[in-house]
Design a protein around this ligand. Structure first.
Ligand code: UDP
Ligand code: GLC
Length: 384
């Protein structure tokens, strides 16, 4: 099937990593159109997926934009929408992977008469978006999309609660290749030596640095943990949250955690880093739509503690495949870390259960099959 994928980001967030896996089976015939240049383009090219940066003009709709700001921004997009509509005529379907891609994709789908699929990676609630943004997304999806793929039931529910038509939604979890998450003991030892982590209990946090990802919660929890507990933070601020980065460094100094915390920046070698941790912490303070890092930690065979909200609840079964704690609660996080440190055998059993379950529930093969069936259904319902 010939698909025009659209994504607003040049950077590598979870939605973009997910799109690479979805686009791969279509790489002979698809085009990924980006609304910004950056490392996402490079990774698509490395995977032999044809990619084109369609504009470098930044689109000024922010997560908290007002109606006037959104409308004036949309009007400046008219030439871009025209170009995308023209390109779309060579494809059978438009697949919008992010909200700004939905805005241009919806109107291009109308002009080119190509069906629109919207992959919704966000929870459309007041925690994450202004009312205007939610209204724009839901109105465009309801009016123009033949299918909305939600990355979790939590995302699907929020879409419907925001006024979305439930009959056009389907839940498809992110898929993973379990084999890619297996590591050798030697690689793990090498990472631990290089980062001087030997003899420490290492808690890993793998996420872009952003207030709602809650890195500050882990720092605070650390202050309540025994001194051998150390944290590594993997990820950088992707969307201009530089103030938060400074706040985190200040917090490290105030809590005198300099010797127990490492910020490693954005890394592409997530697997050996995760495998080198004794525990992976997920600390989002607002509901996480899906949470790739949770599944990745499970596949690496590492115990996970996650904030009990949004999609995380669908991924982790408390006490069986991980530990769920109330969001934004450093005390409970410290207790979960201590219990994992003090009962390593129990933690290893839970991690093993999680690894087996995650390789079955989140296999990329199943995700790709599900997406392929859904896209065929969209295409045939329009031609049939
Ligand atoms: N990630 C990465 N390098 C980093 C930090 C994160 O490759 O330095 C990856 C991580 O492994 C995961 C994705 O970025 O696959 C983040 O996705 P997630 O769904 O956890 O959160 P998002 O940032 O998309 O909200
Ligand atoms: C978004 C969400 C994240 C999800 C990812 C992939 O970036 O914030 O929770 O895992 O998309 O669907």
């Amino acid at each position: 099937m010939k698909i025009l994928f659209l994504d607003q980001s040049g950077k590598l967030g979870g939605a973009e990593l997910c799109l690479i896996d979805i686009a791969k089976p279509y790489r002979e015939d698809c085009l990924v159109g980006l609304l910004a240049d950056g490392s996402f383009k490079d990774l698509l090219e490395q995977q032999q997926i044809t990619v084109k940066v369609l504009t470098t003009q930044s689109i000024q709709v922010r997560k908290d934009s007002s109606l006037i700001q959104s409308l004036s921004s949309i009007s400046s997009l008219v030439p871009l929408i025209g170009r995308i509509a023209k390109i779309a005529r060579d494809y059978e379907l438009i697949y919008a992977n992010t909200q700004k891609a939905l805005v241009v994709g919806a109107l291009a789908s109308f002009l080119s008469r190509r069906p629109l699929v919207y992959h919704l990676h966000d929870i459309l609630s007041a925690d994450h978006f202004s009312q205007t943004n939610r209204r724009v997304a839901v109105t465009l999806a309801n009016r123009f999309a033949s299918l909305v793929i939600a990355n979790s039931k939590a995302t699907q529910t929020a879409f419907v609660e925001a006024g979305g038509r439930s009959e056009i939604t389907e839940v498809v979890y992110n898929g993973f290749e379990p084999e890619s998450y297996l590591t050798q003991e030697a690689d793990i030892n090498q990472v631990r030596q290089k980062l001087r982590l030997d003899g420490r209990f290492v808690v890993g946090h793998f996420s872009r640095l952003s207030p709602w990802k809650g890195q500050h919660i882990l720092l605070e929890a650390l202050a309540h943990c025994p001194r051998d507990v150390t944290a590594i933070f993997v990820g950088e601020a992707l969307f201009g949250e530089q103030d938060y980065v400074e706040q985190l460094h200040k917090q490290v100094a105030e809590l005198r955690l300099e010797k127990r915390v490492r910020f490693l920046g954005f890394r592409s070698d997530i697997v050996p880093l995760m495998a080198a941790c004794d525990l992976v912490a997920h600390t989002s303070t607002s509901p996480e739509p899906f949470g790739r890092v949770i599944v990745e930690a499970m596949l690496c065979g590492r115990p996970v503690v996650a904030a009990e909200a949004g999609g995380a609840v669908e991924l982790v079964e408390n006490g069986k495949t991980g530990c769920l704690i109330p969001p934004g609660n450093p005390q409970k996080l410290a207790e979960a870390i201590a219990s994992c440190r003090n009962q390593p055998e129990q933690a290893a059993i839970i991690a093993r259960n999680a690894q087996i379950q995650a390789s079955q529930r989140f296999h990329l093969r199943a995700t790709n099959q599900q997406v392929s069936q859904l896209l065929c259904r969209v295409a045939t319902s329009l031609t049939g």
